[in-house]
Write a protein that binds this ligand. Structure first.
Ligand SMILES: [Mn+2]
Length: 348
């Protein structure tokens, strides 16, 4: 599908949305600030348009995002009490909005429920290579965040006046985090223009920043200290910062949802590092995060060797074939294949 087709189909959607209709908004597993921020901003927008809206997430909302207006009503599919409500709601829905993910598998155990629903699905997202599971697409990989897209879409539909401070706080959250607080290469002039409008609207950006980033528990800070002191290694030949976290580490530091968020970025602070990899041992396998600096792309590496993918400079992956040690061995095996590509970056 070409982007132009995505764009034309979404413009017809506005006239089809009507008061009294039922809508579900869903987003990816382990939802981050962009996932929750975009879902809640869109939730408030649709409620203002008179729709009956429910936000459903495949796994828990982390503590530092729970202040967002509307977060208290989000249904978590991993919560047995919530799970019972989800299927009838999805069944009754007129619309299903899929935000901040491009592959249906990112819904994990919620994916069959959404996949088999009869309602048209509207994908609003900025990840690469969207799968063909939606009816309508508002998809731009140039966008730094889905929150930016939500702002653009509301503006395109002429409803900018409906954006209030509560929605602005949600939107700012996702824009701020998905741009790494406005330092990643995806931080375009447009990003700053959108943020300028949110500030004019009255969004207290300093407060949003503190709520999201300065909300660590003592366990989380000690956990971070432990990872940096004992689980970080630099491989100078490959300009690679490598970190790993075992199940034991997670238990020892009482790690909560969201505690490992952003840890991988520390690797890029090393002078000379071109990329950073974090491996986390989860009950269902080894989860990997990849970060890189321009122009080295990690999404191809993640896709080829670790069942993953994502953005050019920020990707995810998994290793389902064994232990943390085996994942490291696999990495050591494939690294030499990338040597010339890595060296090229350093020459620039
Ligand atoms: Mn995002």
């Amino acid at each position: 599908m070409a982007i132009s087709e995505f764009m034309s189909s979404i413009s017809t959607l506005k006239s089809l949305l009507a008061p009294g209709q039922k809508a579900i908004i869903t987003t990816h597993f382990n939802p981050d600030s962009d996932a929750i921020g975009s879902s809640l901003a869109w939730f408030h927008y649709l409620v203002k348009k008179g729709l009956e809206v429910t936000v459903v997430v495949p796994s828990a909302v982390s503590q530092n995002l729970s202040w967002m207006p509307g977060a208290e009503d989000i249904l978590n599919f991993e919560n047995p009490m919530h799970k019972l409500q989800v299927e009838p709601l999805v069944h009754a829905a007129d619309w299903i909005f899929c935000l901040d993910f491009s592959g249906i598998q990112r819904l994990h155990s919620l994916s069959p429920v959404i996949k088999h629903a009869r309602a048209p699905k509207i994908v609003i997202d900025h990840h690469l290579d969207p799968e063909d599971f939606g009816t309508y697409y508002y998809h731009r990989t140039i966008a730094a965040s889905t929150c930016e897209l939500i702002f653009d879409l509301i503006q395109e539909w002429g409803d900018e006046d409906l954006i209030d401070v509560a929605m602005g706080q949600c939107l700012y959250s996702g824009i701020m985090t998905d741009t790494g607080s406005f330092r990643h290469p995806n931080t375009t002039a447009h990003v700053h223009e959108v943020v300028a409008q949110l500030i004019r609207l009255g969004v207290n950006t300093n407060q949003v920043h503190r709520r999201i980033f300065d909300s660590a528990t003592i366990d989380r800070l000690k956990f971070l200290g432990h990872v940096l002191a004992n689980r970080l290694e630099y491989l100078p030949d490959y300009h690679l910062a490598l970190m790993w976290i075992s199940q034991e580490d997670l238990v020892q530091f009482n790690s909560q949802a969201g505690d490992t968020e952003g840890v991988v970025n520390y690797g890029l602070q090393l002078e000379g590092a071109v990329w950073s990899i974090l491996m986390i041992e989860r009950p269902d396998g080894i989860k990997l995060s990849f970060r890189s600096i321009e122009p080295f792309a990690v999404n191809g590496f993640a896709a080829r060797y670790f069942e993953g993918g994502g953005h050019k400079n920020a990707s995810g992956g998994r290793f389902s074939g064994g232990t943390l040690k085996q994942a490291r061995e696999k990495l050591q095996e494939v690294l030499p294949l990338y040597l010339s590509e890595i060296k090229q970056v350093k020459n620039l």
